[in-house]
Each structure stands twice: as C-alpha cells, then as structure tokens.
Design a protein around this ligand. Sequence first.
Ligand code: EAX
Length: 327
Amino acid sequence: MPPPSLRTFLAAFALALACSATGAAAQTMLKMNISVAQNSHYGVAVDAFAREVEKRTGGRYKVQNFYAGALGAERESVEGVQLGTLDLTLTSTGPLPNFVPEVAILDIPFLFRDYAHARAVLDGPIGQELLQKFPAKGIVALAWAENGFRHMTNSKRPVNAPEDLRGLKMRTMENPIHIQAYRQFGILPTPMAFTEVFTALQQGTVDGQENPLSVITSAKLDQVQKHLSLTGHVYSPAIILMNKAQWDKLSAADKQAFTEAAREAVRVNRARVDDDEKKAVADLRSKGMTVVDSLDKAKFQASLAPVYGDFGKKFGQEQIERIRNFR
Ligand code: EAX
C-alpha cells in the first residue's frame, strides 16, 4: 500500500484529470457570514449574491452562506475577511471605524433626509470614494448595501421625546460616533455584538437597543422589548466585503461577475428593506409592542447639537455638508 501522502496526491491528480477530461472546471468554495437570520434583509441579499456568483462564473465559484453570526459577530467577520480566515461578509458599518475610520462619517445621526438621499449618496461619488479606502486594509468593498434607519426600543417606557431616553441602559453597536451621540441623549450606552443582544434584553442586562425595523422583526425583538419609537435617529448603511487576496486571484471576467452579483444583492436587499418598512409596524403592534410613530425628530436632532461640533472637527464640516446637500 503506497504511503498516505502519495495516496492523497494520486487522488487529487485523479480528480484534476477527471475534471479536465469532463471539462468540469475546479470549483472554489467561498464562505460568507452575516449577523442576522437568513429570513432578513441581509439573508435575501447574500442568497441572491451566491446564486449570481455561481451562475455568472459557470459554477467555478460557489458561495456558502452562514447566518445569525454562525461564524462570529460583525467585527469578527470583518477581521476574518481582512485576515483571510473568512472570504466574504455583509455587515453594517458598526465595527468599520476600527478598520476604515473615514467611513464613520456615515454614522452621524440625522445626516440623511430619507432612503432616497442615503442611497444616492452611497451609489454616487461620495460612497464610491469611501469604497476605495478599503483595499489598503486588505479588504475589497464590493458595494454599499443597506441596514436602514434605526429606531429605539426598550422595555421600560414609551419614548416620545429626547428626555424620555435619559437614564435608559441601551445596547449600542461598537461604534464611537453612535456612543458619543447617545451619551448626549442621556442614554447609558452598552456597546455589544449583535449576537449577544437578544439574551441581554431577555435577562435585563440592558433596557433597550436601537436598530432598523428589518432587524427588529427578523431578530424577533418584540419577544423581549415592549416599546418602539420611530426615532429614525440615524441611517445605518451596510456593505459587502471580500478578502483582497481572494479578489486578486479572480480573472477580470470573474471580478466583473462578482461586482454584478453584489449589485444584484443590493437591489434585493433594498427591496426587502422597503417591504419591511411598509409592514413591520403593523406586524410588531400585532405582536404586542407599543409603537410611538409620530414624534418631533427635530427635538431629538436639536438635543445632539453639542456633539455636532466634534463631528465637524473629526470629519471636516465641508464633507458633512457635501453629504447633507447631495441631491
Ligand atoms: O447589521 O449590530 C447591529 O445592531 C446591526 O444593526 C446588526 O448587526 C445588523
């Protein structure tokens, strides 16, 4: 019996021979991880991405998706993509300031007027310029996707005005811009990975959290939260990232295929967000949540005035105005 190493070599050689004989190209399997469930605005996007990659590369590339943080939370996913222990992820901008600080400008509360404004900025020169900041960190950003406008939930009391937030212990993303802003509301911010949020709310470690309707519904937070206020206090972008070494191995045609697959994923993602935005409030009310759906957002924005100065110094007021005034 030949030694094990020779047996492995012979088996691999036989497989390559068989593939070339049948014309079947070797298949590369890539792993992609997200922090939320498959039945969500991210899940439908990564499943569309996987379908498109396989179709557009004639089956030479296959993407295996992992959901609900199966391969780690968002910060671990971005680290994994940077190190090459993970090939792809669709993540919020939550952990990104640790990797590409310039992106944090997008996390400034009340920066975007509405979905159309945010999507136009991200798909336009400002968004594309920010995507070019990633390769230097060993990551290729394929496209801007969407998480959505974030709203406050908690188990203590309805939030009708900024002062109602005072003293609430709220889970936040591990995002310095959000944490600074929420402190200004008088919130006690508790940064935490999303994969720990449901249990933390269930056990009362924190009183509340803030997320888009797409996340609140897909993560079934109605089961552990009583009150929802449609504060829309910040737009939360998402992004599709790929390990740069994997990207560099692709042919020009395959790079095009992956880029087009990402574009299709974003189309599906945004359509799901639009759908969630239409249906979620009625759905959450039917599940027993109280929903404050009309509040004076200007009051919430005004209560953050003291921190806007810091953001202007950090990112440059003209860059902030460039985003605000983008049409
Ligand atoms: O990206 O961490 C968060 O609250 C994010 O919104 C969630 O992981 C989806």
